[in-house]
Every structure is written in C-alpha cells, then in structure tokens.
Design a protein around this ligand. Structure first.
Ligand SMILES: [Zn+2]
Length: 309
C-alpha cells in the first residue's frame, strides 16, 4: 500500500517561504515538496488519499538552475550537543521495491534532497557521523556533476544515494517521454559521478503520476516518498525546523523525513534534531537497495513456457 503523505500547508504562519531578492529561487526551494498555500486556513494535516502535492500553477516560476541554489542563504550557526555515546542507530532495511519500505514505530529514515552542496553537505555528514547514523541523499544530477567531490564523499561515508532528476523540473508538467528522459539523465549523471548504480529516486516537488511511478518502478528504481516534511526550505529559524519536524513525528510515530542539504539552516539544526530523536527513543534506519531477485522478464518467460506446454 502506498504510504500516506503528509500535507501540512503553511502550518507556521510565521514562516516566510521567500528570501528578499530571490523570489523565484525561493519559490522553487519551497516547492521541493509542497508549495506553501496563500490561504493560511488550509491547515490540513494528514492526507489519506492522493495528496495535494502538485506545487505549481502553470504561471509559477521554476528556477531551472539547481546549481545556483546552494549558497542562497546567509550562514547561521547553532550548536547542538553531540556528545556520545549514542544509541540512535537502528536496523538496516534492505528493500527492492517501495513495498519493502516499511518502518516500525519509532523508526525514521533521514533523507536529504537537492544536493550535493559543498560545505553544507559535509557539515551534515559530520553530524551524521557523530551520531553514528546514515541517511539517504537524493542528488540532483546537475548538482552531482557540479560538485563531484562532495557527491563522492557522501558515497564514501556509506550513506545511501538516490537520484532526483537532472535539473529538478516539475515532471508532471512535461510530456511522459521528456519526464522519463529527465529521470534517466539524472540517474546516469549521479551514477557516473559516484561510480555505481543508484537505485532510489524521488520526484521533485513530489509531483508524480501513476504512469510515471510505474515506469520508474520498471527501471528498478525505488521511489522514495515523504512522510514527514521538515519544511526546512522555509525561511525560519533552525530551531523552528526541529520543532515542526518533531511535532509531525509525534503525530505519526515513524516515517521518512524530508530535509535538504542545500540549506545552511538544515546543517545547523541537524545536531539538535538528532539529539531530540535520540532522547525520545527513536531509531534511525539505514536504507539499502537489495537487487530484485526475480525480475518481471522471468515471469513473462515462465508464462510463455506455460503456454508452450
Ligand atoms: Zn527537490
């Protein structure tokens, strides 16, 4: 069964999804998961069915240069206590399809989208290391090509890597063939940079379709959905990101947490978030891809054999 999405629209009215002087870029950043609604009354919590995750109207600007995303913020530092020993690391979950991606209560998967971004990604890696946990990095192909050393550092650190298209477009606004070409280009770019296949994929803006999801699964890619959106793309204080994430987690009890390693506030708040998770007894699950044992072609071959008999 398809995991439930969380669809909290502008639950923090103090969070402004833009920074002065870069409205188009900020909108794009905000839209990685959901576009913030103008109507603050839309405080939906959990969407049982198809989420309202289509972020843009046709007239909304989309920044097509993810490489410009990094460095769009001023650095703010906030230190968290990362003293050990730590007991945050959980089990390793091997999956070959979305159906295998099932978490137990108090289990989370940490995921970081849109990078790699030099400086910020390394800071995040360092925090993960201090707590002894691994995360999944959904890299934009163009970013991986622009920052190959950082991408390789993530891989060398033992974290899980997925792709997130080449240029982070809204695939739902493209033709099917164009969308699949974007997905393939992103996948190949990331794989080439890190030197191995990438088997996880996340839709930019979570803007998918049934047809695209099926086609992605046929490429042996596991689609990473989102259960808990940290909304770290809002221009809010790092501590607000922690509070927002934990509030959602308390309601849900488990889930895949969406963050972005292109934001300084994310790197800043991560020690605090991990300390909170640890103190509340959560475990961070490491995600690994397990190759499909019986591909669909085998099933077709078996069916043909049966017909021949
Ligand atoms: Zn994204």
């Amino acid at each position: 069964m398809r995991p439930t999405f969380i669809n909290v629209l502008l639950s923090d009215s103090n969070d402004l999804p833009s920074s002065p002087g870069r409205p188009a870029v900020s909108l794009s950043l905000a839209g990685c998961a959901t576009k913030p609604a103008n109507d603050a009354s839309l405080k939906t919590s959990f969407a049982e069915e198809e989420p309202h995750h289509k972020p843009f109207k046709a007239s909304d600007p989309i920044d097509m240069e993810p490489t410009k995303w990094a460095g769009a913020e001023l650095e703010t530092r906030e230190t968290g206590d990362t003293g050990g020993p730590h007991h945050l690391v959980g089990r390793t979950l091997e999956v070959s399809s979305l159906h295998d991606l099932k978490l137990s209560d108090k289990e989370v998967i940490l995921s970081f989208d849109d990078g790699p971004a030099p400086g910020k990604t390394e800071r995040i890696l360092s925090t993960l290391d201090k707590f002894g946990v691994k995360a999944t990095f959904m890299m934009v192909g163009e970013m991986a090509e622009a920052h190959p050393a950082t991408a390789r550092k993530v891989f060398a650190d033992g974290d899980t890597i997925g792709s997130h298209t080449f240029r982070h477009p809204d695939l739902d606004k493209m033709s099917f063939d164009m969308a699949m070409a974007e997905i393939a280009r992103g996948e190949h770019a990331v794989a080439k940079v890190i030197g191995t296949d990438v088997s996880f994929f996340r839709f930019p803006y979570l803007a998918d379709s049934k047809r695209l999801r099926t086609a992605v699964a046929m490429r042996d890619l596991v689609v990473m959905d989102v259960d808990i959106d940290s909304k770290d793309y809002f221009n809010s204080k790092p501590s607000a990101v922690v509070t927002r994430t934990m509030d959602q987690l308390h309601k849900r009890g488990r889930g895949i947490i969406l963050m972005h390693d292109i934001h300084q506030r994310t790197a800043t708040m991560l020690p605090t978030l991990l300390a909170r998770l640890e103190s509340e007894g959560y475990k961070v699950v490491t995600l690994k891809y397990k190759g499909t044992f019986a591909p669909a072609t085998n099933l077709i071959a078996q069916a043909s054999l049966r017909v021949l008999r």
